[in-house]
Design a protein around this ligand. Structure first.
Ligand SMILES: [Zn+2]
Length: 280
């Protein structure tokens, strides 16, 4: 009886194996394709897809990809005339559908923001204050290495209008020197804290080697963008202000969430982001 079962089992196994073999047998080799005349173009190489990779990177952050910015203007539309006063700008005269991102102070140092900017490759300018970043100048090094601009936002973030001309000069020239020592080049752009400045600020900035005082047109809040103009729209050449802020100031939201919201608002209005230093 046992022997019979064993034989039966062996036969069943063979049958199953054969069935399996039949089912999994490779299909008959395809007939060779008819020779095509060599004059036809070769099959296209699978295109390297930086655009697809870029779009995928944007979507992982929940943003539709921004269009590539136009080529930088041959002549910068904002320039300080030799010996002339330092220009003060809130936007840049251009018809390009671009805006410029500026991020201030440096209090929040979120590593995820560095990764986000590395993946999205969106240019921005950091207006850094020594008292906000002196504990960790190193955080900004990878952002500098990514090519983002470093600009001056004073040593201690005072209201410059309340200071003497000499004290203003110390705040501006002092931070020029610190940023130059730390990141290799002296900044060309300066933003007064709170946007408060007077003619002494302008004169001081000029003697410290600043090429432009940069204010703003829009200010990115936690979820909303504040517009200075009544039409509540971005205009070509607008300068957008944001801050290095953390969950404490963002009511639980993160720097990367705030940045994604800001980029969505720019993208929705048909704009893209260009490099401020290419225009000023
Ligand atoms: Zn500030």
């Amino acid at each position: 009886m046992k022997k019979q079962i064993a034989v039966w089992a062996a036969l069943t196994a063979v049958a199953l194996l054969m069935t399996g073999c039949t089912a999994e047998a490779p299909p008959p080799a395809a007939a060779p394709a008819p020779a095509t005349p060599s004059k036809t173009t070769a099959a296209p190489e699978p295109a390297p897809a930086p655009e697809a990779a870029r779009a995928a990177a944007y979507r992982t952050w929940g943003i539709e990809p921004l269009p590539a910015p136009p080529a930088p203007p041959a002549v910068k539309p904002v320039q300080r005339k030799r010996g002339g006063p330092v220009p003060v700008i809130s936007d840049v005269p251009t018809t390009d559908k671009v805006v410029f991102l500026t991020i201030d102070d440096g209090a929040e140092k979120d590593p995820e923001f560095v990764r986000m900017m590395d993946e999205l490759d969106v240019p921005f300018t950091m207006f850094l204050t020594d008292s906000a970043i002196s504990g960790d100048y190193g955080y900004f090094e990878p952002l500098v290495a990514q090519g983002h601009g470093v600009a001056n936002h004073t040593l201690t973030h005072p209201n410059l209008r309340t200071l003497s001309p000499e004290a203003q000069r110390r705040e501006i020239c002092g931070q020029q020197e610190r940023l130059r020592k730390r990141y290799g080049t002296a900044p060309r752009l300066f933003r007064p804290p709170f946007g408060n400045w007077n003619e002494a600020t302008r004169a001081a900035a000029g003697t410290c080697g600043v090429d432009a005082i940069v204010l703003w047109r829009e200010s990115m809040q936690i979820k909303d963008m504040q517009y200075q103009r009544g039409d509540r729209k971005l205009h070509p050449g607008d300068i957008v202000l944001a801050h290095f802020r953390g969950p404490g100031e963002l009511k639980g939201r993160t720097m990367t969430e705030m940045t994604a919201t800001m980029l969505r608002k720019i993208q929705e209005q048909g704009f893209t982001v260009a490099r401020l230093e290419d225009y000023v």
